[in-house]
Structures are given as structure tokens and as C-alpha cells.
Design a protein around this ligand. Structure first.
Ligand code: ADP
Length: 189
């Protein structure tokens, strides 16, 4: 059976990866499908996110990475997939995910949504949380695959993941020293 795991994956986290790995044990093939959503301003382009997912899932032989726009059920029908794979973390996820699953069911009777409960250690983890931590210079290596952590640090121009306590604050820049040259007009002599 073929399953589609749709999402933003901006970027992929260890929580997503856990769902993908477990999905790979349940289904013959899992297509991780990055949604092209014009209403969101993502940190990474769709191509970058697909590349990050490919690198993070290189150890899994039954994963394909793709992107799509429009309705997820239309994409799933086009790919002849019968299952939409989604992850559940907290109660607030459940409300939204259930609404989406019911809506998708009204659009296609053939497609079932299968939910995987998050592993305990990833229950708090989301892409936005990772970006928020990295934006303020915090460490994220334990939350995302290593190459993704590098991509994020690069994005926020951070080379040090952990801020050094009592580090001297950067001094304000001195105004540039302007030298005035007297223009020589014509022959001075
Ligand atoms: P979307 O914008 O579609 O919610 P996300 O990339 O945020 O895209 O999430 C894709 C799917 O992965 C969703 O079903 C979400 O609930 C699930 N997910 C995200 N983080 C985790 C996690 N830490 N553990 C389990 N599932 C997760």
C-alpha cells in the first residue's frame, strides 16, 4: 500500500522523520510530499526542503520525495495512493487534523487518513519552534537532522549555536572618517 505524507516541512524535524520511519514499516512506499503553499512565507524554498528531506531519509529504501500544490486528495488520486499519513502531537493538532480528514473524506471516499501518535520525545517539536530557537541563537542539533541544522544556522548567519554567557556586546560602529581633498581646478601655479 502506498501512503502520502503531506506537509510543509519547513524544515523537516526529527518528529517528522520519526513519522516517516514508522510509516515506512507500515506501508510499502511512503511519498513525502511538500506542499507548495503560496499563502505562507517559508524559510526554505520547496527545492531546498525536498533536498533536506532526501538527505534525511537516504537510509530508507521505500521513501520518495515530491512536491505538489492544490488539494492533497487530488494529488493522492493522481499518485494512486490510498492513504494520507499524518502525525498527532497534542490535542490542538487533533481538532485540526480531524476536520481535515473529514473534509478529505467528503472529497474522496477511497482515501483514508492514518494518524501516527508522536513519539514521547518529539511531542513538543515543530518546525516553527526550531526556527524560533535558532533565530535567537539557541542550539537545535538535537531537534533536526545534522545537515538541516547547518542550513538553519547558515540562514540565521549563526556559527555558534550556543550563545556565550557574559559575552561582550558588540560596540556601535564608529562613524566613517571622511577625508576632504581639495579639488584642484585648472592650473594652481
Ligand atoms: P502542515 O503545515 O501540513 O501542518 P507540518 O510540516 O507542520 O505541515 O506537519 C506535517 C505533519 O507532520 C502534520 O500531520 C503534523 O501534525 C506532523 N508533525 C509535525 N511535527 C511532528 C512531531 N513532532 N511528531 C509527530 N508528528 C508531527
Amino acid at each position: 500500500m502506498l501512503a502520502i505524507y503531506p506537509g510543509s516541512f519547513d524544515p523537516i524535524t526529527l518528529g517528522h522523520l520519526d513519522v516517516i520511519e514508522r510509516g515506512c514499516r507500515l506501508f510499502e512506499e511512503v511519498i513525502v510530499a511538500v506542499l507548495r503553499n503560496p499563502n505562507k512565507s517559508p524559510l526554505f524554498t520547496v527545492a531546498e526542503r525536498m533536498d533536506q528531506i532526501r538527505r534525511a531519509t537516504a537510509h530508507l529504501s521505500n521513501v520518495e520525495v515530491d512536491s505538489f500544490d492544490g488539494l492533497t486528495v487530488t494529488y493522492a488520486t493522481m499518485r494512486r495512493a490510498n492513504v494520507l499519513l499524518r502525525g498527532l502531537r497534542v490535542l490542538s493538532d487533533f481538532e485540526m487534523e480531524l476536520q481535515m480528514a473529514h473534509t478529505n473524506k467528503t472529497l474522496s471516499e477511497e482515501i483514508e487518513t492514518v494518524f501516527l501518535a508522536t513519539s514521547n520525545e518529539h511531542s513538543f517539536l515543530s518546525s516553527s519552534l526550531v526556527k524560533e530557537i535558532a533565530r535567537f541563537g539557541g542550539p537545535i542539533d538535537h531537534l533536526v537532522p545534522p545537515p538541516v541544522a547547518l542550513d538553519i544556522y547558515r540562514c540565521y548567519a549563526k556559527t555558534l549555536p550556543v550563545p556565550v554567557p557574559n559575552m561582550d556586546l558588540p560596540q556601535p560602529l564608529e562613524p566613517p572618517k571622511t577625508e576632504f581633498h581639495r579639488e584642484t581646478v585648472g592650473d594652481p601655479e
